[in-house]
Design a protein around this ligand. Structure first.
Ligand code: UGA
Length: 435
């Protein structure tokens, strides 16, 4: 099949590269000429494990190409995927659909024959209807369909998620679109990934419901972690104990500093707004958003308490800045609120992150950035583990401690066990362990 992808951001690149790898001919367009220039020269603008090799291989084999002209990408395509950004609109928390509608207008002008226009970006319920209306208004005689095919990719594991999905959700309103979408995903169906066809609006809502549910699960276990500390229980065992019940499931029950990233906070907020627009409210989602924001700010109080009640004039070492490992993404990372609160409380912050320091420096400009974890910890008064990168799981604890002024460790990801860290001479606190 011939496929066009509009937007060479995170979702567009992963989708384009994976669909090309299935054997489809993929043209990917982005209006940023610098990005296209870099991609054409084999440079990937984001950090995603395995993506550079996948892009390079499919480019070399002639199935994947990049350009800045939308008409070139759309020409002869059986399906055109809209994979542009949908940031939170400033002020009201709604999803900003400017780029989606711009893409729809461009596609309307460029289409020469039948194609399925597919929204891949996370878009509020009803966006597919609006995209269809816009194209029909611009091109009343054109035969086309609009489908919704939300992505469920986790940053850092996106290629695996695309190639081995739990399910593929496709919202269509007609048989032609259904047939094209079934052909596109046929290579995955051989691997028995369930293809769920539904209506466009249902598909759009399913994406938000999935993210809001996962965010709820995390927030629930975070609150249980706080309670564990008060009643003398251990949240790790509670997670295991409830997660082994297959109705609950073990995933997304790791207590931590609160969820961040470019999806959960934005999508929970957009879902809340959709409910308001329809005259109702999603009280659980509203509470999740509020509790999570409060939690991110509250993490600084843990560090201050571990330092004996004040961090004024002290230097705090942060290991990990990104919202999760295997990404360079700093958006809505719990590290941001933590650094700001520590600096407000009079501390100096020194930090190390394997991939995120370039992005972090754009937001957190008072922080001193170090070349490795040991350099970051040298001479500091406390060490805070913020992101659970694998490299932080096998630190030489004794070497770390020997370099520090005070051997205090605050583990916000429960990477270590207290026995191990205390044996290395640290005073250790983690999340949700009241024993
Ligand atoms: C999330 C979803 O997991 C994807 O399915 C979805 O496609 C994507 O959003 C999206 O809408 O595009 P992502 O934001 O990349 O993916 O990251 P997650 O791995 O879901 O983690 C989100 C946040 O939750 C991170 O801050 C992470 O540290 C936190 N988290 C996750 C926890 O605190 N505890 C957990 O048990 C799991």
């Amino acid at each position: 099949m011939r496929i066009a992808i509009i937007g060479a951001g995170y979702v567009g690149l992963v989708t384009g590269a994976c669909l090309a790898d299935f054997g489809h001919a993929v043209r990917c367009a982005d209006k940023d000429p610098a990005k296209i220039d870099a991609l054409q020269r084999g440079r990937i603008p984001i950090y995603e494990p395995g993506l550079d090799d996948l892009v390079a291989r499919n480019m070399a084999e002639g199935r994947l190409s990049f350009g800045s002209d939308l008409c070139w990408a759309v020409e002869g395509a059986d399906a055109v995927f809209i994979a542009v950004g949908t940031p939170s609109r400033r002020g009201d928390g709604h999803a900003d659909l400017t780029y989606v509608y711009q893409a729809a207008r461009g596609i309307a002008q460029a289409l020469k024959g039948y194609a399925v226009v597919v929204t891949k970006s996370t878009v509020p319920v009803g966006t597919g209807d609006e995209v269809e209306r816009m194209i029909r208004e611009a091109r009343p005689d054109l035969h086309f369909s609009v489908a919704s095919n939300p992505e469920f990719l986790r940053e850092g594991a996106a290629i695996e998620d695309f190639k081995r999905p739990d399910r593929i959700i496709i919202g269509v309103e007609d048989d032609s679109a259904r047939a094209v979408m079934a052909d596109i995903y046929r290579p995955l169906c051989a691997g028995h990934a369930p293809l769920i066809f539904t209506t466009r609006r249902t598909a759009e809502l399913t994406k938000y419901a999935a993210n809001a549910f996962l965010a709820t699960k995390i927030t629930f276990i975070n609150e249980i972690a706080d309670l564990c500390e008060m009643v003398g229980a251990d949240v790790r065992d509670v997670s295991k104990g409830i997660g082994l019940d297959t109705r609950i499931g073990q995933k997304f029950l790791d207590a931590g500093p609160g969820f961040g990233g470019s999806c959960f906070p934005k999508d929970v907020s957009a879902l809340i707004k959709t409910a308001h627009d329809h005259g109702t409210s999603l009280r659980i989602a509203e509470t999740v958003a509020e509790v999570n924001e409060r939690r991110k700010r509250a993490m600084s109080r843990r560090v201050i308490a571990a330092c004996g009640g004040s961090v004024r004039g002290k230097t705090i070492c942060l290991l990990g800045l990104t919202f999760k490992p295997n990404t360079d993404d700093m958006r809505d990372s719990p590290a941001i609120a933590l650094v700001q609160a520590l600096e407000d409380a009079g501390a100096w912050v020194r930090a190390y992150d394997p991939e995120g320091m370039e992005q972090a420096a754009l937001i957190l400009n008072e922080v001193e950035y170090a070349g490795d974890p040991y350099e970051a910890a040298l001479g500091t008064d406390a060490l805070v583990l913020v992101t659970d990168w694998d490299v932080f799981r096998r630190l030489d604890l004794k070497r770390l401690r020997d370099g520090m002024r005070w051997p205090i460790m605050v583990d916000l990801r429960n990477i270590y066990s207290s026995t191990e860290v205390e044996a290395a001479g640290f005073l250790y606190t983690c999340i949700g362990n009241g024993r």
